[in-house]
Design a protein around this ligand. Structure first.
Ligand code: URA
Length: 274
């Protein structure tokens, strides 16, 4: 069913159809044939066809809840903790995440977005969650925000290739880039915590409010950015700081001066000057 098919007496209201697409997180129309992100990954005897019923009338709701949502949140968080703890290397952690079915975001995402940059770098940056570009490519911070982040790093002489390891609080894109729910954050938290422990950076930089809240317990990024705190990785205590998200800076360029202060503080810390 495409918008161009939606004609005739039984056709749905185009506005309603578009609203439904938006609600379901549809932000792109790339494929010739529809792809059902809600389909069971291994349908018993299924024919692989999308399970969303076609119109007429009104847009159909997904035929069944997402497979990944079948696990109760508490069980999912417990299983995330156990899996994360068992991983002894970053590669093992990535494999564990790829096989984890406890977070519903996995069902709607195209790719797992694990990390980019140098895992040996002295700085680890953790953003919020992948956007559309990151979801498509499978790497964090590759869209417009990522390009700004790279320029910000370059301004203090750092590059993602050599100096910085980059990941996100959540490794799957929330549909339509909506804010992750507290439940989704709680379920994925053990993985990013273990990722930080295994990468073992000297300095952790939380990029944006959700990352600062999830990892450092900060509320109100404008109030809490730029303040040094200690972060316990589980193996040792390291320095941590929160800064403004580049997506926010693209909307509020005047606040780049605040981010610049944070970057200078980061540079001074790396140089042993604060
Ligand atoms: N915003 C984030 O927080 N992370 C990304 O990877 C991309 C955009």
């Amino acid at each position: 069913m495409s918008l161009s098919d939606a004609v005739g007496p039984d056709a749905p209201d185009p506005y309603e159809l578009l609203s439904w697409y938006a609600e379901m997180g549809v932000t792109e129309a790339l494929d010739e044939t529809p792809r059902n992100h809600f389909a069971d990954p291994a349908p018993a005897g299924g024919n692989g066809q999308p399970r969303l019923r076609s119109l007429p009338g009104r847009p159909a709701a997904p035929a069944r809840p997402m497979a990944a949502a079948a696990t109760a949140p508490d069980d999912a968080a417990l299983s995330a903790k156990a899996l994360a703890r068992e991983a002894r290397t970053l590669d093992e952690l990535k494999t564990a995440l790829a096989g984890f079915e406890g977070c519903a975001l996995k069902a709607t995402a195209k790719n797992l977005v694990f990390a980019d940059g140098n895992p040996e770098g002295r700085v680890m940056m953790v953003g919020e969650a992948p956007g559309a570009d990151e979801d498509r490519i499978g790497l964090p911070f590759v869209g417009r925000s990522g390009q700004l982040l790279d320029r910000m790093l370059a301004a203090i002489g750092l590059s993602r290739k050599d100096d910085v390891y980059i990941a996100n609080l959540l490794p799957w894109r929330p549909p339509g880039n909506r804010t992750p729910t507290p439940q989704e954050v709680a379920i994925c938290l053990p993985f990013i915590q273990r990722q930080i422990e295994l990468a073992d950076p000297d300095i952790l930089v939380c990029v944006g409010g959700p990352s600062a809240q999830g990892l450092l317990g900060f509320t109100g990024i404008l109030r809490s950015r730029g303040k040094w705190v200690e972060y316990d990785t589980g193996a040792r205590r390291i320095r941590a700081i929160a800064t403004l998200h580049p997506a926010y800076l693209l909307r509020r360029p005047l606040d780049k001066r605040l981010a610049w202060r944070d970057l200078r503080a980061l540079k001074a810390a790396l140089d042993g000057k604060n």
